[in-house]
Write a protein that binds this ligand. Structure first.
Ligand code: XMP
Length: 430
């Protein structure tokens, strides 16, 4: 392995990612692991230079404080403890360390080298992927979003034509999106790509399902079924590649942190899954995934495209999905993207999309009462998707988007702008 590592053991802190980011920003790789990691698991990690025990408000689980295996103290690593501390550590703090204290621990006590960069990360991952996969084959869920595109490029680099990409059109894609996935990956990057039209199948399964978590689980579960069916048609597929990234794992809940929402590639997996997973991006934050894509040579517009959730427009057509509202989401989203691009906002705003709730409001069209849906516009900025602020969109741009939506999108008589930051609102509505 190229890079030194500081391991953060999560003893119930909500600030694990803050510390991991700070250490990575110093140029040293850092990974977060659960408090109950065994000595064997810890020793199987390469180039560990030190450990941070990170206690906090979620440390009490089922009435008892969680703790680490005491044998870890005998492993010889420098250990810094934050909050409920043990006397066996080299350094004990009652609050998060400041930058200087952290630096002294990482470089002074642990003697870590600042060798964390994307070039080394990719070399390490290529090595790990080759080791895991051997001469077998990986099936990859290629949605065409940033995460799955980067993981596709990484897997292509590691195992070439042992990678089989499957693009499932679940009917919840943005306008013309499936077509462009085929164009870029099949025609330009020459990846092994299978296109599956599963529109009717997904919409059928989702009929009358209003609960957001149930919708996500159905979409995630159905995804895996489609892959299994495709895999059965192929020879000897043992692995499923996934573009899981770190926020997906955190927000789906850990042993000491409550679930915010299950991400389709984490919480929605069926229990009888028949593949072993390959998830080389699962320790990366979103901005790091983009840097990885650039280093892999992916086109800038693919790497810097706005993120799109796995469940697609399904979580933006709120409540039970109906075809008329789904089309309203798709059409209004296309208008918003077109107008944002014209105004140069596509390069400035991190994520922007439209949402259609499952209720109607009264309006007037052609001098007559109408009772139709509303479109909500959301535009947010963030670095790592863990928190977000809203974009102060220029009024004229909003006006143009609104006029076009009201004129061009059927069944819509009202347009609203969402002013809520994350937290308390998540970026998506469901
Ligand atoms: P939230 O709504 O949790 O979204 O604030 C944070 C970021 O993640 C995207 N997102 C998802 N991505 N599968 C994904 O691959 C999902 O199930 C999913 N849900 C949300 C969201 O668009 C935002 O960029």
């Amino acid at each position: 392995m190229k890079q030194d590592m500081i391991v953060i053991l999560d003893l119930g802190s909500t600030e694990n990612t803050v510390i991991a980011r700070e250490i990575r920003d110093m140029g040293v790789y850092s990974e977060i692991h659960p408090h109950d990691i065994t000595v064997d698991q810890l020793n199987s990690l390469e180039n560990v230079k030190g450990i941070i025990l990170n206690g906090g408000e979620n440390r009490i689980v089922d009435g008892a404080a969680v703790d680490i295996d005491p044998a870890i103290y005998q492993c010889g690593y420098p250990i810094m403890a934050i909050d409920h501390p043990s006397a066996q550590c080299s350094q004990i703090l009652d609050k998060l360390p400041g930058a200087e204290v952290l630096k002294e621990f990482v470089f002074g006590q642990c003697k870590a080298e600042p060798n964390w960069n994307m070039k080394n990360f990719i070399e390490d991952q290529v090595e790990l992927i080759k080791r895991q996969v051997g001469d077998r084959k990986v099936l990859l869920a290629l949605s065409g979003g940033v995460d799955s595109s980067v993981v596709a490029a990484l897997l292509l680099k590691a195992i070439g034509n042992q990678l089989v990409c499957v693009h499932v059109n679940h009917g919840l894609m943005r306008k013309n999106e499936s077509e462009s996935v085929v164009e870029v990956f099949q025609n330009q990057l020459h990846a092994n790509l299978i296109y599956v039209d599963a529109v009717e199948r997904f919409l059928g399964k989702l009929e009358n399902v209003a609960d957001p978590e149930e919708k996500r689980k159905i979409i995630g579960g159905e995804f895996i079924r489609v892959f299994e069916e495709e895999a059965r048609k192929l020879d000897g597929i043992d692995f499923l590649g996934q573009g899981t990234i770190y926020p997906d794992i955190i927000e789906s809940g850990t042993k000491t942190a409550k679930m915010v929402k299950s991400h389709h590639n984490v919480g929605g997996l069926p229990e009888d899954l028949q593949f072993e997973l390959v998830e080389p991006l699962k320790q990366l934050f979103k901005d790091e995934v983009r840097a990885c894509g650039v280093e892999l040579g992916l086109p800038h517009n693919m790497v810097y495209r706005q993120p799109f959730p796995g469940p697609g427009l399904g979580v933006r057509c709120l409540g039970a999905i109906t075809r008329d509202r789904l089309e309203a989401v798709r059409e209004s989203d296309a208008i918003l993207r077109e107008e944002f691009a014209k105004a140069g906002l596509d390069k400035k705003v991190w994520q922007y999309f439209t949402v259609v709730p499952d209720f109607k409001s009264v309006g007037v069209k052609n001098n007559a009462r109408c009772f139709e849906y509303m479109v909500i516009i959301r535009a947010v900025n963030t670095i790592d998707a863990m928190c977000a602020t809203i974009e102060r969109v220029d009024w004229d741009v909003l006006q143009t988007v609104t006029d076009r939506i009201l004129k061009e999108v059927e069944n819509v008589n009202r347009v609203c702008y969402d002013m809520s930051p994350k937290p308390p609102a998540t970026i998506e509505f469901e």
